[in-house]
Write a protein of this length. Structure first.
Length: 135
C-alpha cells in the first residue's frame, strides 16, 4: 500500500491523489487506509522507514578501522540491495523531492527521519568517543 502511495504521489502529485486512489491501487477499502494511517501523506512512511532502517543497519555495521566512505563502499557489496529494495530507495528519494514543496508530506518525511536520527546518535557518539547526551 505504501508503495502504491509513493507511485501515485509521484505520478499524479500529492494534491491529485486521494485516499480513495491509494486504497483502489492497493486493493483495499478506503476505511482500511484510514484505520492505519492518519492522513494520505502518512501512507508513504513505511517506505521511508524501510530506507531509514536500512541506512541505520549500514551505520551500525561500520567498523572502527574503516573510514565512512570505505565502509559504505564495502557494505553495498556485502549487503546488496534486491530489485525491490532498489525500487523502494528510488521511491524514498522521490518522496524526499516531493516533500520539499508539500508541507503535509514533509511532516511524514520528518517524522521518519526524526526516528532515524535518534537511532544514529549512538553510532556517532561511539565513533566520536562522546556520551550520547553530548551530541
Amino acid at each position: 500500500m505504501s508503495r502504491h502511495a509513493c507511485d501515485l504521489f509521484w505520478d499524479k502529485g500529492v494534491a491529485g491523489t486521494s485516499g480513495d486512489d491509494i486504497a483502489a491501487a492497493a486493493g483495499l477499502s478506503t476505511r482500511t487506509i484510514w484505520r492505519y494511517f492518519r492522513c494520505k501523506e502518512s501512507c508513504v512512511e513505511p517506505v521511508l522507514a524501510k530506507s531509514a532502517d536500512r541506512f541505520l543497519a549500514t551505520m551500525n555495521r561500520w567498523p572502527a578501522e574503516l573510514a565512512l566512505s570505505e565502509h559504505l563502499a564495502a557494505d553495498v557489496v556485502a549487503f546488496p540491495l534486491s530489485p525491490q529494495d532498489i525500487e523502494d530507495e528510488r521511491s524514498a528519494m522521490r518522496i524526499a523531492t516531493l516533500s520539499v514543496s508539500d508541507p503535509a508530506l514533509r511532516t511524514s518525511y520528518l517524522m521518519v527521519h526524526d526516528a532515524m536520527e535518534k537511532g544514529l546518535i549512538p553510532v556517532l557518539a561511539n565513533r566520536l568517543n562522546l556520551a550520547e547526551t553530548d551530541l
